[in-house]
Design a protein. Structure first.
Length: 486
């Protein structure tokens, strides 16, 4: 990524992520790209807790041109090996932590600008940190809002106030009826049950989503982790319907190793620092036939009721024993909500033998790139979905919380994913239904179609970030405006 003339001195940027790995990783990759240009010096601000984990991990995060700084979020101290609670309680804690960062960030910038004389030009922050706008205004900084979600989620959330006024939000499970949402420009009508799970009536964090999007267009730049070919109609709506020309898709923000399918990747993202990856699963994958393994992972904070976990366990047991599907399963210690079914789980491990590998945390991108992996059951977090598509892996969508339901709906309609978990109905997803979906994905015609579609998206993603691609060009325009204009 070049330019006609270099800036006279390094442009100093400050970056502030939302505090969970799925939001930290993309911003870290963006900052790494910017720092690699040689035009920027970046201060990456994190919570003390995340900062401590990053530098006490097996492979501490370091990046040339980036200074990592921790500030207080006002939350009670937690040990380096302790993690936020999973599920909704975890999300509420993350929101408190992110809001609590404001004072620490403001005090740090006060010191950097007024005491040390550092000429900061811009502050790049997660879109959810809407209070950054006040800080940018106070210190006369360019504000760059960074969206780590899909452009579809950005568009839908812009209409939160109308969704609430017309009774679609909170989503009233089982009582919403057949009424469709049909007022989004450029989006066909859809069911309220496709709205984010965080907007369902039992979830107390609905008001969190309004302020960030009500202030979104105040930002000088809006950078999105999607790419043009994946959501062309939605990006066009931002540009032409809303007239927001500074909404720039510049993704996917994934390591070069993952985008191009080469190299072992080493430590690829913050997940390696915040959790201890079990690399033994890679050796196990080496022993499996090509495209024979189903990888199962539900992200960093999702939870699953014990009875649902048991149904999934029985389904995977059947697929492993009867359908010759290898299973690589990442099971966090706090994944199961309720009693862990130890007896059933141990029986599964005994029956499956070498046909299954269970770890507490897997090096996900390296797993997805492995030739043995033929399918992926995912919670549909946007990062995981992008990682799966960019690896060319067919996926089963099992949304658990937050905006994952909307992601799953969007990708399933594009035939980039097979959806199994339907939140329009109550109850537990049965083992037979799960097993049928796995068999269809791994061996059926639907799986072949999804695999072909995902393969095409993989190619488009590579084109987007390559020289001359849409994301590359958008990032170049942003860099030129920031680094070469006074």
């Amino acid at each position: 990524m070049g330019s006609s003339s270099p800036p006279q001195e390094l442009v100093h940027l400050v970056a502030v992520p939302w505090v969970i790995p799925g939001h930290v990783n993309p911003l870290l990759h963006l900052c790494s790209k910017l720092a690699a240009l040689g035009s920027f010096q970046i201060t990456f601000i994190n919570t003390f807790e995340n900062h401590e984990r990053m530098f006490k991990s097996r492979e501490p995060i370091t990046r040339e041109g980036i200074d990592f700084v921790g500030v207080s979020d006002g939350m009670p101290e937690r040990g380096a090996n302790d993690h936020p609670p999973p599920g909704m309680e975890g999300l509420k804690e993350v929101i408190k932590s992110s809001d609590g960062l404001q004072r620490g960030v403001e005090e740090l910038l006060e010191s950097m600008i007024h005491e040390r004389g550092i000429p900061i030009k811009a502050i790049i922050s997660d879109l959810f940190l809407h209070w950054i706008q006040d800080i940018a205004t106070r210190f006369k900084l360019v504000r760059v809002a960074f969206s780590t979600t899909s452009a579809t989620f950005d568009l839908v959330t812009l209409h939160m106030r109308r969704l609430r006024s017309e009774g679609f939000v909170p989503v009233k499970n089982r009582t919403t009826g057949d009424k469709k949402i049909d007022f989004f420009p450029g989006i066909p009508s859809f069911s309220p049950f496709d709205l984010p799970l965080a907007w369902y009536e039992e979830h107390p964090i609905i008001p969190f989503f309004e302020p960030p999007y009500e202030r979104l267009f105040q930002a000088d730049w809006i950078l999105s982790g999607t790419f043009q070919a994946l959501e062309p109609d939605i990006v066009s709506i931002f540009h032409h319907h809303y007239g927001v020309k500074n909404y720039l898709p510049i993704g996917p923000f994934l390591p070069d190793e993952h985008m191009h399918g080469s190299g072992d990747g080493g430590q690829e993202d913050l997940r390696a620092a915040l959790s201890s990856e079990d690399l033994r699963c890679l050796e196990w994958l080496d022993s499996r036939p090509n495209s024979s393994v189903l990888y199962v992972a539900f992200g960093s904070i999702a939870v699953m009721p014990s009875d649902q976990f048991q149904e999934l366990l029985h389904a995977l047991d059947h697929c492993c024993a009867e359908k010759n599907v290898g299973v690589l399963w990442s099971i966090r210690p706090n994944l199961v909500d309720g009693e862990f079914p130890r007896e059933i789980f141990d029986a599964f491990l005994e029956r499956s033998g070498d046909g299954a590998c269970v770890v507490s945390w897997a090096p996900q991108m390296r797993v997805l790139r492995h030739v043995a992996v033929g399918g992926f059951i995912t919670h549909c977090g946007w990062n995981s979905a992008l990682e799966g598509m960019c690896a060319g892996v067919a996926m089963i969508g099992w949304p658990c919380l937050s905006e994952q339901n909307l992601n799953c709906s969007f990708l399933a309609k594009r035939k980039l994913m097979l959806r199994v978990k339907d939140h329009s109905r109550d109850g537990i997803l049965g083992r037979e239904e799960i097993a049928r979906a796995v068999d269809e994905l791994m061996h059926g015609e639907i799986g072949k179609e999804i695999r072909a579609n995902v393969g095409a998206v993989k190619i488009e993603a590579r084109k987007a970030v390559a020289t001359g691609g849409s994301s590359h060009g958008n990032l170049q325009a942003f860099v030129n405006a920031l680094a070469f204009k006074v």
